[in-house]
Design a protein around this ligand. Structure first.
Ligand code: X2W
Length: 281
């Protein structure tokens, strides 16, 4: 590959205002199970996150892992079903969910970040009472709704230049273990930290308008209207609902974007064209 020095200089120039804007910003990134690709994809994501930190951003990762949970439940012969996008979680299921998310998936991300030169620490909502939950709905069993977050602890880790990697497992007042939807957990973390950005990395390009094209900027009232008229439907609803809740809690903006696109996070943060759909109040 030949180096195009002029193009490199242009790229750096374009990035400069964004580097200034995000200096010391908190950016919460939700990495969904569907957006976690190959080992190369994970390594590339990890390099982007470490680069973000190097230029002064405090990144916080919250992950999912639905497909990995499905795989393990199938291997163990445990049936599983979803109600309104949430897994019905009995005692046996929650122990598998915790094993897969806090064990396998969390450590894969932690290792990738550390291999890229970061200092990542793997956590779940149980560590330092990061995410205390109440039962969401009796029909769902051990599915948690976050009610109390320990944002101070996450701020401390950021000041120590560590990258928190959080599995969406909640702790209960009575010692229960809760399965929390990954988007819900990421929204709760972003809201509690009053994050500058919440990036929801998924496997779709963003929120599509009535014409089928991705809408690059939306306000909360527009999102509500598009939900009422059915333009936003299906699996996008929990994501936009998470976005609205996180904004209400004090997150400055939420971006829904395709995590499978190489360097999605960097393109979103440091270029004028961004990526995906940006939602503000
Ligand atoms: C999810 C947690 C994982 C998750 C589950 O059991 O699948 C609930 O449904 P993705 O990859 O982000 O979908 N929890 C309550 O959200 O993973």
């Amino acid at each position: 590959m030949t180096r195009d020095n002029a193009a490199i200089a242009r790229t750096l120039n374009e990035a400069l205002p964004y580097l200034r804007r995000y200096d010391d910003a908190t950016v919460v990134i939700k990495l969904g199970g569907h957006a976690m690709g190959s080992d190369e994809g994970m390594a590339s994501f990890a390099r982007d996150v470490v680069l973000m930190q190097t230029v002064g951003i405090n990144p916080v990762i919250v992950h999912g892992g639905g497909p990995m949970i499905n795989g393990m439940l199938a291997r163990l012969g445990v049936e599983s079903r979803f109600v309104n996008g949430k897994r019905v979680t009995d005692a046996e299921t929650v122990s598998v969910v915790e094993m897969v998310l806090s064990g396998q998936v969390n450590k894969r991300i932690v290792q990738a970040l550390n291999a890229a030169g970061g200092r990542a620490v793997g956590l779940s909502g149980k560590d330092a009472d990061l995410m205390v939950c109440e039962p969401d709905d009796p029909e769902l069993g051990f599915v948690g709704r976050p009610v109390r977050m320990n944002a101070d602890f996450l701020q401390d880790l950021g000041r120590a230049e560590m990258i928190p990697v959080i599995a969406p497992i909640g702790t209960g007042e009575k010692g229960e273990t809760f399965n929390v939807n990954g988007d819900t957990a990421a929204g709760a973390v972003a809201g509690a930290m009053k994050a500058d950005r919440l990036l929801l990395l998924t496997d779709v390009a963003g929120v599509k308008g009535a014409d089928g094209e991705v809408v690059t900027e939306l306000t909360a009232p527009q999102v509500r209207q598009m939900t009422v008229d059915g333009t936003i439907a299906g699996g996008m609803i929990p994501k936009t609902q998470t976005a609205l809740d996180a904004l209400e809690d004090g997150t400055r903006a939420v971006v829904i974007l395709d995590g499978r696109v190489p360097n999605a996070v960097l393109l979103e943060l440091f270029t004028s064209h961004g990526a995906g759909s940006l939602i503000r109040l």
